[in-house]
Design a protein around this ligand. Structure first.
Ligand code: MCN
Length: 766
């Protein structure tokens, strides 16, 4: 590898200086002269008919210029948002997606739903004006939990969604599973919940929309994860043609899937800017974010795993209830599609069957969150495997080894039709066992016991699909200018992932030029490139691979041009380290000199399938039986994300993902009052956030098996940490408290919950 890129492959993210010195430009930093400000009046109840909205007092407030309501949303025709459950369900069922006018019309269905948009000449006036909007409601009974929502007699949210059941789906072979269950020598059963969480990126949502009547175009300065998906969805919601929707964004402070979609607020702002003739800006508060940014996970899964007398897995059945909140959103598809793709986990399980029921409830809509179903499936499969190990008395590492898909079986077609490309699971396990000193555990457990602590160890071995996207293809443009600078254009958008570093590194590597010579421009305002947004850990497999192809195309086209210059045939030219050279005379022409004659522009494209990163994580915890407080005392992660482009960034991605998973395990949970539907966790005073001290050290190792899906050999890594950490940390805590007779606890494993279980167990045994 070239010296410079070698240097960068171990760190030095080029975007960091800007981002950590306050020089980033986030959505709320965009302003234009003469802009107005929007503030949303939001439902303060979970379920009610809107009897009337009286804006007269608000309109009389100094500075307020307009108030828009559900009537305006209906008039504009901004009524039906796109959703992603577009594949056929059980018996060909089509998802029942109710209307969702961009401002609520006649009915509100969750606390926080936008009812009116007040526009004023200052943010303060808009907020004060909003206080004066009088909404008369007729309260309706609400339902905020998924299983009660499906029960007979439950309050009904939408006339066109009978029984609150928006979708039903199934996968696998139910008969084969039932037949295998009938012969099994052991069946493990566990019902688990992957809790509803609030993704909470650092940067709150914000959006400035400017309407240009001359061009009939809208320009958005908005938080996003890539322009193409947002544009498609906004167009679907509003019927405004895609080429009339422009976007300009520079930095995004975290996304985690939550910044992908076309939120109704953005469409309501379109109504406001068009009607007022002025740009309109809205900045979301943190509380509003908790109420209206899509939530994540939120699955209840009843799982059964059948084993034979040797501990071989025979069959697995999973019955899911996947609550999507009050309306279907784009993004929620992953809860079904990804969980089917990864259903067999890393194991050979000959028969699989899953059923899905998707209820709607009086809660904030749910969409994808880091992993989008992959952590959920890994969680239930790994919990079942650990539970089975316990029940059969087989060592959990050994039980895994007995059931792993062997290296020789790859590419492996799973019973639910996915094709896992490549993995070395036994190798991964061996490395993780050695790294964590699995053998020495009992000594450490005894030591903890002496100190009055309950020690537990957990293991997870997981695999997930990453890479494939919805876009027809990923396109990259590379321009070479007369200064020799290579500029790479992409429509993916980093939200903290370091793409300015890694995409540049890929191109610089291929061109053998210093890293600093390559600049990355994401989502240029007039770009017409196609491609996937950043999500599904696909940017490196997709955009990254095309960067590689584009750089090689640049070399080939450059050779042709250099040959013309030197009156030679392209075959007589070779390329290396930024220079085209005649093979015979050694005469050369540098990239910059070539561009001085004629700037070069290259367009490359590619379409890539899924890659399957996998990992083995082993964690140890100490639980204090007096307080229920858990401390993570050891965390080892061995991961295979194929060829690594930048080791420091990959390590950072894994750390971030692991801690995000730990947040869900130990505290994060969105809670609603079951009677009133009021959210009880709509601020950081009530909603737990993991802090640095939660996980002090991760010992990590790479175990790459290069992918052939990508010419770079890469697999995605952005979500892997979450997928591995949730099952392993829960397993470790359960292992610690199992000697007290506790077999199962649902997340979050807060001190109160753990202590309560310990207390309960000790009462029962005494
Ligand atoms: N990388 C690498 N070598 C590999 C694979 C990846 O060097 N073999 C680098 C990439 O070049 C990139 C980073 O690791 O800089 C993540 O790459 P990739 O796995 O391709 O994932 P994406 O860039 O598509 O990121 C999406 C993924 C998802 S889906 C969520 S959600 C998520 C995540 O990444 N949200 C994040 N990581 C996040 N990190 C930050 N800081 N903020 C978020 O919102």
């Amino acid at each position: 590898m070239h010296d410079d890129t070698e240097h960068h492959s171990h760190g030095n993210r080029v975007e960091d200086l800007r981002l950590i010195t306050g020089a980033g430009k986030y959505a709320a930093d965009w302003n234009v002269p003469g802009q107005l400000y929007g503030y949303f009046v939001r439902a303060d109840r979970a379920h009610a008919d809107i009897v009337s909205v009286d804006a007269s007092k608000a309109l009389a407030f100094p500075g307020v210029t307009h108030v828009f309501t559900g009537e305006d949303a209906i008039k504009a025709g901004y009524i039906k948002g796109p959703h992603a459950l577009t594949f056929p369900g059980r018996d060909g069922m089509q998802a029942r997606s109710p209307d969702r006018p961009v401002l609520a019309h006649r009915r509100v269905r969750f606390v926080g739903e936008g009812v009116a948009l007040v526009i004023a000449d200052s943010a303060g006036a808009a907020q004060d004006g909003a206080e004066l909007v009088e909404v008369e409601y007729r309260d309706l009974p609400c339902v905020v939990q998924p299983e009660p929502a499906l029960a007979t007699g439950a309050p009904q949210l939408h006339d066109d969604v009978p029984g609150n059941l928006a979708f039903e789906a199934e996968a696998g072979d139910e008969e084969a599973v039932e037949a295998a269950f009938a012969k099994a020598s052991h069946i493990t059963r566990l019902k688990v919940e992957s809790t509803r969480v609030a993704p909470s990126p650092m940067e709150p949502r914000a959006c400035l929309v400017t309407y240009d009547p001359g061009r009939d175009e809208y320009l958005f300065n908005v938080v996003m994860q890539g322009v193409t998906t947002l544009r498609t969805q906004l167009s679907a919601y509003t019927n405004v043609p895609q080429d009339k929707l422009k976007f300009e964004t520079r930095d995004v402070g975290g996304g985690f899937g939550q910044r992908t979609i076309a939120y109704p607020e953005y469409c309501a702002l379109m109504i406001a800017t068009k009607a007022s003739g002025k740009p309109v800006k809205w900045v979301c508060s943190r509380v509003e974010g908790f109420l209206t940014d899509t939530h994540g996970r939120n699955n209840i899964i009843d799982g059964r795993l059948a084993l034979d007398a040797e501990g071989k897995f025979l069959a697995m059945r999973l019955d899911w209830v996947s609550d999507m909140g009050a309306y279907l959103q784009p993004g929620a598809m992953g809860h079904i599609r990804n969980t089917i793709t990864c259903m067999t986990g890393v194991y050979r399980i000959p028969a699989l069957y899953a059923s899905y029921r998707v209820p709607l409830t009086n809660t904030t809509p749910v969409a994808s969150y880091r992993g989008a179903g992959r952590p959920d499936i890994a969680y239930v499969v790994e919990r079942l495997v650990n539970h089975a190990a316990q029940e059969t008395g087989i060592d959990p590492a050994d039980l895994r080894r007995r059931n792993f898909i062997p290296p020789s079986a790859f590419p492996y077609k799973t019973p639910t039709g996915a094709v896992y490309e490549i993995a070395d699971l036994p190798g991964l396990l061996d490395k993780a066992l050695a790294l964590s000193d699995w053998q020495g555990y009992s000594k450490r457990r005894a030591k903890s016991k002496d100190a009055g602590k309950l020690r537990g160890i957990g293991i997870s071995t997981v695999i997930e699909n990453t890479g494939a996207g919805n876009a027809a293809k990923d396109e990259i443009e590379i321009r070479l200018d007369a200064s020799g600078t290579v500029t790479v254009y992409t429509v993916s958008k980093a939200q903290g992932h370091g793409h300015e570093t890694t995409l540049a590194q890929i191109v610089a590597d291929a061109l053998q030029v210093p890293h600093a010579q390559v600049k990355v421009v994401q989502c240029a305002v007039d770009s017409t490139l196609q491609g996937n947004h950043t999500g599904g850990s696909r940017s490196t497999v997709g955009a990254g691979s095309v960067c590689h192809l584009a750089a090689h195309k640049l070399i080939e086209e450059g050779k042709a041009l250099a040959a013309l210059e030197m009156h030679l045939e392209p075959s007589q030219i070779s390329y290396g380290h930024g220079e085209f050279k005649s093979n015979e005379s050694g005469r050369g022409i540098k990239l910059a000199d070539l561009a001085k004659k004629k700037p070069l522009s290259i367009l490359a494209e590619g379409k890539f399938g899924s890659t399957f990163p996998n990992g083995c994580h082993i964690a140890e915890v100490e639980v204090d039986p007096e307080t229920g407080v858990t401390e993570i005392v050891s965390y080892c992660a061995v991961d295979d994300c194929g060829v690594v482009i930048n080791h420091a960034i990959v390590e950072g991605q894994l750390h971030g993902g692991v801690v995000q998973g730990a947040g869900q395990v130990f505290g994060e949970q969105v809670v609603y009052d079951p009677d009133t539907g009021q959210p009880l966790t709509a601020s950081f005073q009530d909603y737990y956030m993991p802090r640095a001290g939660l996980l002090r050290e991760i010992r990590g190792q790479e175990h790459p098996t290069p992918s052939k899906v990508s010419p770079l050999g890469v697999k995605g890594v952005g979500e892997s940490g979450c997928t591995g950490s949730i099952p392993v940390l829960v397993a470790a805590v359960i292992d610690a408290i199992r000697p007290l007779g506790i077999q199962h606890l649902d997340m979050p494993l807060t001190p109160a919950r753990v202590w309560g279980a310990i207390d309960n167990a000790s009462r029962q045994s005494s």
